[in-house]
Design a protein. Structure first.
Length: 274
């Protein structure tokens, strides 16, 4: 009888130790990407984009409300194809399609940087459509949370005072000629870009979604790029990009928001690039 009890005790100990060593794993969360491919891209085939496009984001974001992201073309100079659009998708965000950039046919945009909100740990996909009609996808993973519901940096009055205010900057590059060549520029638009998930700290009511949903840029009358934006673009949208100058004398921007406001401004291009 003693030996039987000892045997049972040893069996129970073995099971207990085994359960600690190899616990039952938790179910993996559902991957939203297949559904997003259907909803955003109509289930079009996705090719490996590692030789076409690069996406750069911090693995762990310092501030989930202003996470930097850079999209960079990797097409070789002798590649006959060109970038037509780039779509940025933050898989786990409430509205996953953060932005769709349409590139001017003659501007040869090769790099776009902006800032986005990230609501939870997520894959981020960038999908390029090339002139061959194919889609090419790359992805990265970002650890961040709460970006879509983070309080605005400006109060309501301050945000209204800056509403639609545009700034344009041009940066010098070593490969830039006096009137043409590669240019690097930045456009900034004052706007709260409310996500609809932020709470008013005084009334404790949710602030309605209110954001820039369209931005267009030209050199003279030639399109450089346009953006269809959503709630994932950070407060005061900021787009930095490279393009090839056609010798234009002016740079022009137009932005529209979800309340029907239209903001427009034009600047003279500094040929020195400074």
């Amino acid at each position: 009888m003693f030996r039987f009890r000892l045997f049972c005790l040893l069996v129970l100990c073995t099971v207990a130790v085994g359960s600690r060593v190899a616990p039952v794993s938790a179910a993996e969360p559902d991957d939203p990407w297949p559904g997003l491919v259907q909803d955003i891209f109509n289930n079009r085939p996705m090719n490996d984009g590692s030789s076409v496009l690069a996406i750069e984001m911090p693995y762990r974001a310092e501030d989930a409300a202003i996470v930097p992201v850079t999209l960079r073309s990797k097409l070789a100079p002798d590649d006959k194809r060109s970038l037509k659009t780039i779509t940025l998708v933050i898989d786990q965000n409430p509205a996953p399609m953060a932005a769709k950039f349409e590139l001017g046919p003659d501007a040869r945009v090769s790099e776009i940087s902006t800032r986005v909100r990230v609501n939870s740990y997520t894959n981020v996909h960038a999908v390029a459509e090339l002139s061959d009609g194919q889609l090419y996808m790359v992805k990265t993973f970002v650890k961040a949370s709460g970006g879509c519901s983070a309080p605005a940096a400006k109060n309501v009055a301050e945000a209204q005072n800056h509403l639609g205010r545009m700034k344009y900057r041009q940066f010098a590059r070593a490969d830039q000629g006096p009137t043409n060549g590669v240019r690097e520029a930045q456009i900034m638009v004052g706007h709260p870009n409310n996500s609809g998930l932020q709470m008013d700290q005084i009334t404790h009511l949710y602030i309605p979604a209110f954001f820039i949903d369209e931005l267009r840029l030209w050199q003279d009358n030639s399109p450089i790029l346009s953006m269809q934006g959503g709630i994932s673009i950070s407060e005061d949208p900021n787009i930095r990009f490279t393009y090839v100058s056609n010798g234009a004398k002016t740079f022009r921007a137009e932005a529209k928001d979800t309340s029907g406001h239209v903001f427009q401004k034009e600047w003279k291009v500094d040929e020195s690039g400074s």
